[in-house]
Design a protein around this ligand. Structure first.
Ligand code: ACO
Length: 429
């Protein structure tokens, strides 16, 4: 009869034991503890990049490689985008359920009163060089926020913790927009009580001398959709950074800053920029077939395609493609959209891409959507970080309230020299 166990035989010693399989996983300690001696672990799991290691149990986001499924707390991303707003999704991520009307009104009020930042945060941002990357300003500013709240480090106090959570969600757009305005040499725009979360973000970025700023409803909705599709993506590199840093019981601002810094690297944060650059270099659909040949020859990377956790079309790519269709009803589409579509069409017919599970990812259309809204490339990462902050905080909260979680402290395989005698500098050759 089938049993949910794994039998391990160490052929060096003939030692044999059974390990329980639970939720498709074996516990690393069950595998390694039998080898534990006073001299050390004896056997460890080697997993660079943690690609085959589950770092936690989580009930927030579910992803399936095929057919390309993304769900938050059991709700499909397509249903959330069609019926919710980013703030409702943020509530869902943080609280586990969609809010009732009363709960949502309370959540909005609590965020609204916390969207302003201390005046010194502005001077902090103004200390950056005029051409600093907005991501560098955002990461430093969010990390510094902890120093403005004496209770920031009280992560075991539920009231204090709830305040930090609300502050973080409320202030990320303000910080991101301030970083943008500073880079443009424009005065900061205060958040307004009359606008939605997303409308405020647009206002703080783009308001000039208007007495009343009213965002274009379609652009506001498109940005809200972008925020929703980026709100959480389970254990990405940036989320893992938030969990790892948070596991040392730092305040949540420091943990979220680690997430922002992670996104600022080229492996993730700039993928939408790289995709746009690739589309610009291609210019027209005629250039696509020859380009795909170069990709297949290993001479080019196909940006906006492929994903660590999808072997089908990324559901977010489909959502953003449909969103661009709506945006283009009353404005001319970018000529690059046809190039992106042609890449997707030809790749979907090509055995090379199909057999490797290389399909469009969210970045094929995210840069085009940002540009259609008027958001320039330097701000793509900031928008992503604002959106993802809800997921990061939900993941941080889940981690610090999970009794199984402990300070992240992996092992290594030491491959350096063995103990040797110290040589004074005069004797070194
Ligand atoms: N272009 C060309 N070849 C690719 C691509 C791609 N975009 N993606 C995967 N491959 C190829 C690899 O070269 C490899 O080929 P081989 O088996 O002949 O050696 C095979 O497909 C498997 O590739 P892996 O690197 O194992 O796939 P992995 O799942 O690790 O890669 C990654 C994921 C890094 C995202 C990759 O698809 C990529 O570089 N994509 C382009 C950059 C991009 O769009 N990044 C954004 C990621 S999505 C996101 O962050 C939201």
């Amino acid at each position: 009869m089938a049993r949910d166990t794994l039998t391990v035989i160490d052929n060096r010693s003939g030692q044999q034991f059974d390990v329980a399989i639970e939720n498709g996983a074996v516990r690393a300690t069950d595998l390694t503890n039998p080898f534990l001696t006073s001299a050390g672990p004896g056997l460890v799991i080697y997993d660079p990049g943690l690609a085959h290691t589950a770092l936690c149990s989580s009930s927030i986001t579910n992803i399936q490689l095929e057919p390309g499924l993304l769900e938050h707390r059991g709700y499909r991303i397509e249903d959330l985008v069609a019926n919710s707003t980013y703030l409702e999704v943020a509530y869902l991520l943080l609280n586990g359920e969609l809010p009732t009307a009363d709960q949502f009104a309370h959540f909005q009020r609590a965020l609204s009163t916390r969207k302003f930042v201390h005046e010194n945060v502005k001077s902090f941002i103004q200390g950056f060089r005029y051409d600093a990357e907005p991501m560098a300003m955002l990461a430093a500013a969010v990390g510094a926020l902890g120093s403005f709240y004496p209770d920031a480090a009280e992560i075991d106090d539920i009231d204090a913790r709830t305040s930090q959570i609300m502050r973080l969600v409320a202030k990320m757009p303000t910080l991101g927009a301030y970083a943008f305005r500073y880079g443009n040499g424009q005065p900061f725009v205060h958040p307004s009580d009359d606008l939605s979360y997303t409308g405020n973000l647009l206002s703080m970025m783009f308001r000039m001398s208007e007495l009343q700023y009213s965002p274009d409803a379609k652009l506001e909705h498109a940005l809200d959709v972008l925020l929703m599709v980026h709100a959480d993506h389970e254990q990405s590199a940036a989320t893992t950074a938030v969990r790892a840093v948070g596991s040392a019981h730092v305040d949540p601002y420091a943990a979220v800053a680690a997430g922002v810094y992670t996104l600022s690297g080229p492996m993730r944060g700039n993928a939408d920029r790289d995709t746009l650059r690739m589309l610009r270099e291609l210019g027209t659909v005629d250039a696509v077939p020859a380009f795909l040949q170069r990709v297949k020859a290993g001479e080019q990377r196909l940006f906006g395609f492929g994903h660590w956790v999808y072997r089908a079309v990324d559901p977010r790519a489909k959502i953003l493609r449909a969103q661009l269709e709506t945006l283009n009803e009353d404005r001319p589409p970018s000529p690059l959209l046809a190039v992106a579509d042609e890449l997707a069409r030809l790749a979907a017919e090509d055995e090379y891409f199909l057999s490797r599970g290389i399909h469009p990812n969210v970045d094929l259309y995210s840069g085009l959507t940002y540009e259609a809204i008027g958001i320039t490339q330097s701000m793509f990462g900031v928008m992503f970080a604002i959106a993802r902050s809800a997921g990061w905080i939900a993941q941080w909260l889940e981690m610090i309230t999970d009794p199984e979680q402990t300070t992240v402290r992996p092992r290594q395989l030491y491959t350096g020299p063995s103990t040797r005698a110290y040589k004074p500098i005069a004797g070194r050759r």
